[in-house]
Ligand binder design. Structure first.
Ligand code: ZN
Length: 329
C-alpha cells in the first residue's frame, strides 16, 4: 500500500485539487469554481466531492490518504487552521477551513498561506530544486513572498512573516494598498509597473504607450514590457524601475537569509529574459564587493501548478516529519 497526499489551491475564482503519491507523482487532478457567494461550508463540500472523485477514478482508497494541505489567501492562522481575513473570499473570515475539511475527509491536514505553498512547489519540484535556501517573489496585482530557510518555510511568530512585497524599499515612497508607503509592491508589482507608466504619461511624457492607452483605455504591465522591447524610451525607464526595485529586494534578501536562488514567479514573468537580465544587472551593480557572490536569480518553472503541487508536497513533508495534528483539528 502506498501513501497519498491531497493538495488544494484555493483562489478567489477557482479551487484546484491534486492527488500525489509518496514518490511525488501526481496521480489525480480536479478543479471547481470557488463560488465564494455560497460560503465556506459549500466549498468544503465541493472540495471533499472532488477528492472522492479523484480517489475513485484512480482506484485509491481514502485509507491510503495520509494528509492534505490547503493553500489559502490570507492572512491566516497556520496553528489554528483558519482564515483570518481574505479580501477575495468575503464570508470566510475566521472560518476553520482545516478542521472542517479534515472532519469531512477523515484525514489530518494543514492550512498554509497561498504564496508559501507556491514557494514550496518551486522549492521542491521547480526552479529551487536541489537548494536548501530559496526566496520567491510572485509578481502579480500585488507581490507575494515566500522564504525557505534550511529546508523549511519561514512563518514568523504569528504565521504571517515572509510578506516580502511589503518590505519598504523607499522611505516615504509610493503608497501601497497595505497602508504603508514605499513598499516593494508599490514599485515592482504588475499593477504598479503599469501605474507608473500611466503616471508618467499624465505628467506629459511622450511614448508609444499613449497609443495603447487611447486604443484600449488602459495600460497593462504586458504593454509596458512589449513597448520596452520595441525600444520605447519611457517603457524602458519603467521596466528599469521595476527591475531595480526587485534587485534592491534581492540584495536585501541575500544579506538576510543568504539564499542560493531567488525565484521570480507570477504573471509578469511572461516578460522572460528581459526581466531577469535587468534584475541581474542591477543586482550586480548594487551588491557589496566584500566577497564574490553566487546567488542565482531565475524564473519560476511550474506556472499556475506551483500552488497545488506545493500544497500536496507540503502535506507529504509534514507527514514525513511527523508534524500532523489529529483528524478534525
Ligand atoms: Zn505594502
Amino acid at each position: 500500500m502506498k501513501d497519498y497526499f491531497v493538495g488544494v489551491d484555493l483562489g478567489g475564482t477557482n479551487v484546484e485539487v491534486c492527488l500525489l503519491s509518496d514518490s511525488g507523482e501526481v496521480v489525480g487532478r480536479g478543479a471547481a469554481p470557488t463560488e465564494v457567494a455560497l460560503g465556506p461550508v459549500s466549498l468544503v463540500d465541493r472540495v471533499a466531492a472532488i477528492c472522492q472523485e479523484m480517489l475513485a477514478s484512480s482506484s485509491i482508497g481514502v485509507s491510503e490518504v495520509r494528509a492534505f494541505c490547503i493553500g489559502s489567501p490570507g492572512p491566516i492562522s497556520v496553528s489554528e487552521g483558519k482564515i483570518i481575513k481574505a479580501g477575495n473570499l468575503p464570508g470566510f473570515d475566521n472560518f476553520r477551513l482545516r478542521g472542517e475539511l479534515s472532519a469531512r475527509l477523515g484525514v489530518p491536514g494543514l492550512l498554509e498561506n497561498d504564496a508559501n505553498v507556491a514557494c514550496w512547489g518551486e522549492f521542491w519540484r521547480g526552479a529551487g530544486r536541489g537548494t536548501t535556501d530559496m526566496v520567491m517573489f510572485t509578481l502579480g496585482t500585488g507581490i507575494g513572498g515566500g522564504m525557505v530557510v534550511a529546508g523549511e518555510l519561514v512563518h514568523g511568530s504569528e504565521d504571517n512573516g515572509a510578506e516580502l512585497g511589503h518590505m519598504i524599499i523607499v522611505p516615504k515612497g509610493r503608497k501601497c494598498s497595505c497602508g504603508q508607503c514605499g513598499c516593494l509592491e508599490a514599485y515592482a508589482s504588475a499593477s504598479h509597473t503599469a501605474k507608473r507608466a500611466m503616471e508618467a504619461l499624465q505628467a506629459g511624457r511622450s511614448s508609444v504607450l499613449e497609443g495603447v492607452l487611447q486604443r484600449s483605455g488602459t495600460i497593462t504591465s504586458k504593454d509596458v514590457f512589449e513597448c520596452a522591447v520595441a525600444g520605447d524610451e519611457l517603457a524602458n525607464e519603467v521596466v528599469d524601475g521595476t527591475a531595480a526595485a526587485l534587485a534592491q529586494a534581492c540584495v536585501s534578501m541575500r544579506h538576510i537569509t543568504e539564499p542560493q536562488t531567488v525565484v521570480l514567479a507570477g504573471g509578469m514573468i511572461n516578460a522572460g529574459d528581459m526581466l531577469t537580465s535587468r534584475v541581474k544587472k542591477f543586482y550586480n551593480e548594487m551588491m557589496w564587493n566584500l566577497k564574490s557572490e553566487t546567488m542565482e536569480i531565475c524564473l519560476a518553472q511550474l506556472g499556475a501548478d506551483a500552488g497545488v503541487i506545493g500544497a500536496a508536497g507540503l502535506a507529504l513533508h509534514h507527514y514525513q516529519n511527523d508534524r500532523l495534528g489529529a483528524v478534525g483539528e
